[in-house]
Design a binder for this molecule. Structure first.
Ligand code: TYD
Length: 143
C-alpha cells in the first residue's frame, strides 16, 4: 500500500498556556516538494468525500481539527485510518483510491500536494481504477 502515517513535529508551548505548534517542511518531513495546499471545511458529520485516485499526484492529509476516517484502497487491499491528531499526517501516494468520511461536524482536512491542480490526473471511475491496477499502471512502491 502506497500510504504511510507520518509523525510531524509538535512543539510544546503548553507550559506557557499557549498551546502547540506543528510545522512541516518540504522534503524534510514529507517526501516531496509542496506545490499546492488546500483544505476542506464546513463539512457535516457522515459526509463522504473523495472517491477517486490519482495517476501521479502525491498528497499529505492532516486533520487539523476534528475527526475524519480515511479509507485507502490500492485495488487489492483496503485500510482505514482515523485522523484526529494535528501532529499526525497520512501520506497518500499515487494509485490509491481514497474516501474521507467526516466523523465530526466541521472537521478540517488540510492537504499538501506534490503538484498543481490537474483534473487529468484524477481517476474518478472505480472500474477504470481497477483496470489500471490490473494493467500494472503503478508499480508497488511504499514511502
Ligand atoms: P475533489 O478533489 O474531487 O474534492 P474531494 O476529494 O474533497 O471530494 O475536488 C472537488 C472540486 O474542487 C472539483 O470540481 C475540483 C475542484 N478543485 C480545484 O479546482 N482545485 C483543487 O486544488 C482541488 C483539490 C479541487
Amino acid at each position: 500500500m502506497n500510504t504511510e502515517i507520518i509523525k510531524i513535529p509538535k512543539i510544546n508551548t503548553s507550559n506557557l498556556n499557549e498551546g502547540f505548534l506543528t510545522f512541516i517542511e518540504s522534503q524534510h518531513h514529507i517526501p516531496f516538494e509542496i506545490k499546492r495546499v488546500y483544505y476542506t471545511y464546513e463539512v457535516k458529520k457522515d459526509i463522504i468525500r473523495g472517491h477517486h485516485a490519482h495517476k501521479k499526484l502525491k498528497q499529505i492529509l492532516i486533520c487539523i481539527y476534528g475527526k475524519i476516517e480515511v479509507e485507502v484502497d490500492n485495488g487489492k487491499l483496503k485500510k482505514q485510518h482515523i485522523l484526529d491528531n494535528p501532529s499526525e499526517a497520512l501520506y497518500l501516494g499515487e494509485g490509491v483510491w481514497h474516501t474521507m468520511k467526516w466523523l465530526k461536524d466541521n472537521s478540517i482536512l488540510l492537504v499538501l500536494a506534490s503538484d498543481y491542480y490537474n483534473e487529468n490526473d484524477y481517476i474518478r471511475n472505480y472500474d477504470e481504477f481497477i483496470e489500471m491496477v490490473k494493467g500494472g499502471y503503478w508499480n508497488e512502491n511504499t514511502f
